[in-house]
Design a protein around this ligand. Structure first.
Ligand SMILES: *Cc1c(COP(=O)(O)O)cnc(C)c1O
Length: 400
């Protein structure tokens, strides 16, 4: 499953190497990125001011329009995704919201998958209908599901997430990229730019919550969307009014995170695989899901489109909500928290956190039970993490 890196056509360098080399323009010889902590720039002439005010993503005018520190991060991300341009936001939801709202209006139709991040589902199910955008949710794992739901001339966006929150379901990127008409969008947060490149499969826009593995240290909140320049400029036209721009400090933190993403992912993938393999062999744990396991229902697709198994896995404790809660409260080394991709191994109980806003029916459709646990493997020693999780599993099955 975990393949050796494919050298990329543009430079011959592996993605892990390009994570080090990308986004270094305009640094004046400094090895580390410069923090442009300014909200505005002096513009000496009216002629120049008019030019900058009306130009998409100008970086030396007003920071809501663009900022050099933010641009360094955007350039790095665009290069890693094989995109012409990218646009950063204050959060992943900021990026998803701007992408959907900039491409849709009253009467538009969106096709999305029912297995996805809780915030995305709430946006689709609650906000979109309020502004006259109709949404069709499909099972993203079913071949042909997205294409069948597209209504020619009416569907503006096809939105997928792969691997998907929280059960690591996959969407076939080749199939998605072959859809013509609507703009195809992939939330690739779980894969990271080093795990897959949706644009290479013909997808139009790729989105990340850079809050997670990219920034990677639970200290910066960002989102990003990447694709062809015209499309990114179009999204910017909405984003500059939406105002969900990232702080230059957070963008710099995310660029620093990107530099170590390759080694962090290697360690996190190794721990996640060890944990998934161990849990799979136990009678007191069910439904172990990890893209790097042969038992994953889409293992062949995982091997075809993912370069690493990733740091996330999901499993079900048969004791339902009580067992789920006991597990989360029993871990000692792992931290109970609703995020992923950082140095600490995090355990999450989706039904009461990331997906707490969902109805019972939506939870069932997303494959989440009261006993579902998501683990984001961190950077601790693998054996220490496995021992802590096994002790918490044992504690969760004890009737209290
Ligand atoms: C966390 C997450 C988001 C939202 O990102 P924020 O930075 O929290 O706004 C979107 N999609 C996925 C897959 C996520 O994990």
């Amino acid at each position: 499953m975990v393949r050796s890196p494919d050298p990329e056509p543009e430079t011959g360098l592996a993605p892990e190497t390009r994570a080090i080399t990308a986004g270094r323009a305009d640094n004046d010889g400094a090895l580390a990125p410069i923090v442009w902590a300014t909200t505005a720039f002096e513009v000496p002439t009216i002629r120049e001011a008019r030019r900058l005010a009306t130009r998409p993503r100008a970086t030396r005018y007003y920071t809501r329009h663009g900022n050099p520190s933010v641009r360094a991060f955007e350039d790095a991300l665009a290069e890693l995704e094989g995109a012409e341009a990218s646009l950063a936001f204050a959060s992943g939801m900021g990026a998803i919201f701007a992408t959907v709202m900039s491409l849709c209006g009253k009467g538009s139709h969106v096709v999305a998958q029912r297995q996805c991040y809780g915030g995305t589902l709430q946006l689709l199910n609650q906000l979109c209908p309020r502004v006259g955008i109709e949404v069709t949710l499909v099972d993203g794992t079913r071949p042909g599901a997205f294409a069948e739901a597209v209504r020619p001339g009416e569907t503006m966006v096809v939105l997928a997430e792969t691997p998907a929150n929280p059960r690591l379901d996959l969407v076939d990127l080749d199939e998605l990229g072959a859809i013509t008409g609507p703009i195809t969008v992939v939330d690739s947060t779980f894969a990271t730019p080093l795990g897959q490149r949706p644009l290479d499969h013909g997808v139009d826009l790729v989105i990340h919550s850079a809050t997670k593995a990219i920034a990677g240290h639970n200290d910066a909140s960002l989102g990003v969307v990447a694709g062809v320049r015209d499309l990114v400029d179009w999204v910017w036209g909405f984003a500059v009014l939406q105002g969900a721009v990232p702080s230059p400090h957070d963008a710099t933190a995310a660029l620093r995170g990107l530099r170590t993403l390759g080694v962090r992912l290697r360690q996190q993938s190794a721990t996640a695989l060890a944990l998934a393999s161990t849990l799979e062999g136990r009678a007191d744990v069910g439904g172990v899901r990890y893209p790097g396991l042969a038992s994953h229902p889409q293992a062949a697709l995982a091997a075809r489109q993912l370069r690493h198994g990733g740091g996330l896995l999901t499993f079900d404790l048969p004791g339902g909500i009580e067992a789920g809660e006991r597990f989360v409260e029993a871990v000692r080394l792992c931290r109970p928290a609703p995020s992923l991709g950082g140095p600490e191994t995090l355990v999450t109980h989706p039904a009461s956190t990331t997906h707490a806003g969902l109805s019972d029916e939506e939870l069932v459709a997303a494959g989440i039970t009261g006993g579902t646990i998501r683990v984001s493997a961190g950077l601790e020693d693998t054996d220490d993490v496995v021992a802590d999780v096994l002790a918490a599993v044992a504690a969760s099955t004890v009737d209290q």
